[in-house]
Design a protein around this ligand. Structure first.
Ligand SMILES: Nc1ncnc2c1ncn2[C@@H]1O[C@H](COP(=O)(O)OP(=O)(O)OP(=O)(O)O)[C@@H](O)[C@H]1O
Length: 450
């Protein structure tokens, strides 16, 4: 992803200059020296060369250009990114610590954690207060009382945010704690790889010598026997050693029908905490929190419109807010209710049944591979983009009733033979590569949760 942002960096700056009328002298002084340092989990870390412009320059860039840059990035990349700024003078110490994910200090959080997912930014409401209290209790006494902590709830309701909050809290208290956050898909793929390469000893070493294991979206291991078996032993080893395990899932263990009984009973043995959809007041509070964090100032009427219409998924709620802000800046129009309705007309269509469309498949595959949806439709032939694109072709053929010609049209006017080739390629790769098989499985469940 870093290379994609770097490739488009000049285009992003050019867009910013032309769209916001930035003069040459301002561009050369403030924007041209900015460099992309790292991109991870939709957070772009940008280096400011403070040796030339001093700390004042740093403040000035953040006050005057940060938001414009964010909007320009979203426009060119077709998806939102958070921005994090570092000073060139701090880079040496950052580089030394880069990669040491488990022994991070307070400034250098492991790259697998989203810096924004902390308890401070988590809005508490009736829907999540028990889960949040349980998460905080676990963070204060890891391994001691509630083990495992099992957090469950629907899509986009804050499970990952709470898990990362625990990790941040623990690392802040004790930077030497060995924390590992992983999705169950990654766990499965690493296990498959280890079995193939005969490196299961290293795999076990990695997962069994830690203080806190956070495993996200555990529902994707159901029905996968050897992963369940391995996870069972990992779980027991950590549990016996009083190491904390935190698990998230889209449903409670009793509804995971093909989960082995011995795992189910282990999960149920700990503390179970569910997160429900937020009520109206909590949705408003979440929107206001985001408004504050991103430095927006938005008319109450617009917030109410979003909170009234987007009810069951906080990711969509936040996405809607970003979209209206970007829309208003790009169109240079006042952000009022009329504009919000226009900007959100595709998103707000109450009570509509979810149907599987190529667009939905594109969005989910792009998010999974950390690329933008527009890359899938583009002519970009680099492997980071072309492989996920072929996966989209495969899934469109498998999950929709569309003809290959119509799939081709929907995916950026491609020929039907390209779609057939993409489908065949993925089908044959799946036969050879069990990790790909697993990933396709996970994607299908994300596209069409039972
Ligand atoms: N209570 C909250 N306060 C503030 N932001 C929240 C809250 N709950 C969720 N969010 C935000 O909503 C977005 C989606 O949350 P998150 O990724 O944690 O959901 P999830 O339940 O893990 O979703 P999935 O089922 O897709 O894995 C994130 O940007 C998160 O910060």
């Amino acid at each position: 992803m870093k290379s994609i942002i770097e490739e488009k960096w000049d285009e992003i700056l050019e867009y910013m200059v032309s769209e916001y009328g930035i003069t040459n002298v301002s561009y050369n002084t403030w924007l041209k020296p900015l460099k992309v340092y790292d991109v991870h989990d939709n957070v772009i870390t940008i280096v400011i060369n403070d040796e030339k412009i001093g700390h004042f320059g740093y403040e000035h860039i953040r006050n005057k250009y940060e938001l414009l840059l964010k909007v320009s990035i979203e426009e060119i990349m077709n998806e939102p990114f958070e921005l994090k700024f570092v000073l060139a003078s701090q880079l040496d110490s950052l580089d030394k610590n880069k990669g040491s994910s488990s022994s991070s200090n307070k400034k250098n959080i492991p790259t697998f954690l989203n810096p924004r997912y902390t308890f401070d930014t988590f809005v508490v409401g009736g829907n999540n207060e028990f889960a949040r209290a349980a998460a905080l209790a676990v963070a204060e006494n890891p391994g001691e009382i509630y083990n495992p902590l099992f957090i469950y709830g629907g899509v986009g309701l804050g499970k990952t945010h709470l898990m990362h909050s625990i990790a941040h809290f623990v690392l802040n208290q004790n930077p030497d704690t060995k924390v590992l956050y992983v999705t169950s898909e990654k766990f499965t793929n690493e296990l498959i790889d280890a079995i193939q390469k005969k490196t299961t000893a290293q795999f076990r070493e990695k997962y069994r010598n830690i203080d806190i294991l956070l495993i996200d979206d555990i529902q994707f291991i159901i029905g996968k026997e050897s992963t369940q078996e391995e996870f069972f032993h990992t779980f027991n080893t950590l549990h016996e050693a009083k190491k904390q395990i935190i698990i998230s899932s889209d449903r409670p263990p009793k509804e995971m029908l093909t989960l082995e009984d011995r795992l189910r009973s282990r999960f149920e043995h700990g503390l179970m905490a569910d997160i429900q959809s937020p009520d109206y007041e909590t949705r408003m509070a979440i929107l206001k929190k985001k408004e504050e964090l991103d430095g927006y100032s938005i008319n109450e009427e617009v917030l109410k419109y979003i909170a009234t219409n987007i009810k069951s998924n906080i990711r969509e709620l936040e996405g809607a807010l970003t979209k209206v802000v970007a829309f208003s800046r790009l169109k240079k129009r006042e952000l009022n209710l009329e504009l919000a309705k226009e900007a959100l007309q595709d998103i707000i269509s109450p009570n509509e049944k979810k149907i599987i469309t190529p667009e939905l498949i594109v969005d989910i595959v792009a998010e999974h591979y950390n690329i933008s949806s527009s890359d899938i439709y583009s002519k970009d032939r680099s492997r980071v983009v072309s492989y996920p694109r072929q996966i989209v072709m495969y899934l469109c053929r498998r999950l929709t009733d569309l003809s290959v010609t119509d799939i081709g049209k929907a995916l950026g006017n491609r020929d039907h033979s390209t779609i057939l080739h993409g489908y065949d390629k993925i089908e044959s790769d799946m036969k050879k590569d069990p990790s790909l098989h697993n990933t396709i499985d996970v994607l299908i469940k994300k596209i069409n949760p039972e």
